[in-house]
Every structure is written in C-alpha cells, then in structure tokens.
Design a binder for this molecule. Structure first.
Ligand SMILES: [Zn+2]
Length: 415
C-alpha cells in the first residue's frame, strides 16, 4: 500500500473537505432532520463519480454512495447529526450562541461525515491510479445521537454485502479503538390512569405520576442486584401536568439501560419491564412499554485496528498515537450505533485529535472548536488512515480473511 500516494490524494482535497465540514457545521440539524447534510454529502460524492441512492433503509436523510464493483467491498460510515441546545459561535472561548437555543455540532459529526467522505474518495482514486478493483461505499447514517440510525439501516439490510467497514470519531487523542463501548437499550414506559379532582374526588383518580414514581423506586432498588457495570438512567418525558389539583392521567419515563454486553442489557431491561408492570399493578394504571432502540456493544476488530494503528504511526506528529495499541481494557463509558454495524461486518475504528485536550463531548466548547485548523487536520488524518487501511485490505485478501475469522469468533463469544 502506497501511503504517500494516499496522503497526497487526501491532501489534494483538503480545501473541499474543509468547506464541506464547515457547511455542515453551519447548518446543524438534529437526528432524522439532517436534510442539508445528507444533500451536501450525497452531492459531494455524486460529483466525484459515486452513484448515490438517498432514502435507503426507509430513512429520508440516509444515503448510500458506491463506486466500483465486485469484492472486496469496503464501507465507510458517515454521521452528520447535531445536538439540541449546543449552538455556539466558532472560535469563541465564552458561551455565545449563534442561534439562541438552537442545535450545534457539539460532538464533531460534521467533521466525521466529511472525513469519511474524504476516505471513500481517496480510496476510489487510489484504486483508479493503481488498477486495483473492488467496491467503495460511503454510508450516510442519520441520527447517531438519538434514534440509532445504524440499527434501522442494519435491520433493513443496507450494510449487506460488505467485506469490512471503517469508522472514526473526532477526539482529543489519536488511537485505533481496541476497547468495546457499552450496549444501550432505550425504553419508554408510558402509564395511563384516570384524571380527577385531587381534593374533591381523589378516590376516583388513578395517578399515572404515582406509577412513574413507584417504577423509579423499584428501579433504584434494582440497582443493587444487577452487575456493577450496568448503568440505568431515566428522565421524565411527561410528568403528568403542572396542576397539583389534578390527578395525572398520563405520565411517561424514558430509560437507558447500558451494559458492557447486549445480553446483560437485555436481561436488565426485562427485569425493568417487570418493575414497570409492578408499578402499574400498584397504582391500577395501564402500562405501555416500548423498546425504542438497541445500540449494541462495539466488537473491536483488532486485525483492522492494528492496520489503522500502523498507519497512524507513520503519520507526522501530532497524529502519531502516544500509547501502544490497546486490544483489551475496560469498556468505554459511551454507547454508539457503530456497535450495531460491528456485529454485521468486521469494523475498524479510530479516533484522531481534533479538539484541545480536556474538551468534553456534547459541550458548547466542542461546538466552538469545530471549524478550527486543528480540527480539519485531524479530519484529514482520519480520512488518510481509513483510506490506507481500505487499500491495504484490497491489496491483501489474507487480511480480509483474518479480519473475518477474528470477527466470527468474537461474535460467537459475545452472544
Ligand atoms: Zn459523536
């Protein structure tokens, strides 16, 4: 694999990738509403010789851009959703919203999408220059922050036919991601009771708010009897109204159940369901239980990650990893729907330094740094590393075989 050629191909597109990233940053759109970003990235790929299909998997803001034919088929994952409430001026070191209360790119997904596009275009051009064959696919994946877009795309078969896949995320460090992320099941518990006057006729009322409160009490007792690493969080999405003198007819909770393995999360989710049924029984209310989404734990593919790590180590500072590649260690305390893809196809993943050390994810400080020169350099480093790893796989069938063998064993061992 000719590293210098790929670096020069990525460099030659530095300006347009920076502009693409900036444009998405300036049009922040939250989950499933990313029509600007979807059109911008899809248009970018179409103009560079990819055939682009939008609306894949039944999601309006998803797309599949492919070039080439036959195997191997190498995929890259693009995300582009923003977060509510994180609007912020670029470069400002104090809180200054661009649009009061508006969304903002507080997780760097504008860089993520443009960087993945850069990797796919560079790999295509590399194959054209070197006479290599294969299929290069960029997946436009909506709703990473909420809604687990890749779960929906995966169920619809959008990732079928891939031999391997690459993902990256902007970060404050440089590394291939050798450790798992947490599985996360999102559950909605809606209770329906009977409204009545809270003083004049309380005996006629059945409180949906009481049911929520009793469910939370039950869940908080449940914590003692579940594995240490499981995390339960909840929020009231409907607290039953603002009038203390009305017995609340309807109330609703949103729950996250996170665990290192999806099987553990499913087990705790089932027990939580019984807690909710108990709360409904105690309050004589009706329960509506909905599993909104399941983000699976990320199965790292060390074979692919070692290739990404090797490429990063050949890049100039500051993108050389400072730590050795870690193929074990505690689960990262985050959840991502990249995990769902990693169960469907061997998936390598890397982080590159785009933000100042110490910057926290999902903050206005991260939004503020999203258009910096450093952020764009990190994006280009990620694009180059992913394109190089894709090229290495195209040129070495054995690498793909080893990746798939490792992945099959990891999947079997994780169920
Ligand atoms: Zn993110």
């Amino acid at each position: 694999m000719d590293l210098e050629l790929i670096l020069s191909l990525v460099r030659s597109r530095a300006e347009e990738l920076g502009a693409l990233s900036d444009a998405v940053w300036a049009h922040p759109e939250t989950a499933f509403r990313e029509s600007f970003a979807c059109a911008a990235l899809g248009g970018h790929m179409a103009a560079r010789g990819f055939s682009v299909e939008t609306g894949v998997g039944g999601l309006d803001t998803a797309f599949r851009a492919s070039w080439g034919e036959g195997s191997p088929a190498v995929g890259f994952l693009a995300e582009y959703d923003a977060l509510p409430g994180l609007s912020q001026e670029a470069g400002a070191d104090e809180r200054r919203e661009r649009e009061p209360g508006g969304p903002g790119h507080g997780c760097g997904h504008h860089l993520l999408g443009a960087g993945a596009a850069g990797a796919a275009v560079a790999l295509k051009e590399y194959l054209q220059r070197t006479g290599g064959t294969g299929t290069v696919v960029l997946f436009g994946c909506p709703a990473e922050e909420s809604g687990a877009g890749k779960e929906i795309l995966g169920r619809a078969g959008v990732f079928d036919g891939l031999d391997l896949c690459f993902a990256w995320h902007p970060d404050t460090v440089n590394c291939a991601v050798g450790t798992a992320s947490l599985a996360n099941i999102i559950l909605r518990a809606g209770f329906r009771g009977v409204a009545s006057h809270a003083a004049a006729a309380p005996e006629r009322g059945r409180s949906a708010l009481d049911a929520c409160e009793l469910m939370n009490v039950g869940a908080n007792y449940l914590r003692e009897h579940i594995p240490d690493a499981v995390r339960l969080h909840y929020a009231y999405t409907n607290s039953g109204g603002a009038s203390p003198n009305v017995v609340p007819e309807a109330a609703e909770l949103l729950y996250y159940v996170r665990a290192p393995k999806i099987a553990q999360a499913r087990d705790v989710a089932e027990r939580l369901h019984r807690v909710a049924q108990g709360a409904a029984l105690m309050t004589d209310t009706a329960l509506t239980w909905t599993v909104e989404s399941e983000m699976l734990d990320y199965l790292p593919c060390h074979t692919l990650n070692r290739v990404l790590d090797g490429v990063l180590r050949r890049l100039d500072p500051p993108f050389r990893p400072s730590e050795p590649y870690a193929d074990s260690g505690p689960c990262r305390s985050i959840s991502t729907d990249v995990g769902n893809v990693s169960w469907l196809v061997p998936t390598g993943q890397l982080f590159t330094a785009c933000f100042t050390p110490g910057t926290h994810f999902h903050t206005w400080q991260m939004t503020a740094q999203g258009c910096s020169r450093e952020a764009k350099e990190g994006m280009l480093a990620a694009a180059a590393a992913m394109a190089c790893a894709g090229a290495a796989a195209v040129e070495d069938q054995d690498l793909i075989c080893r990746a798939r063998e490792e992945w099959s064993a990891a999947r079997a061992g994780s169920l």
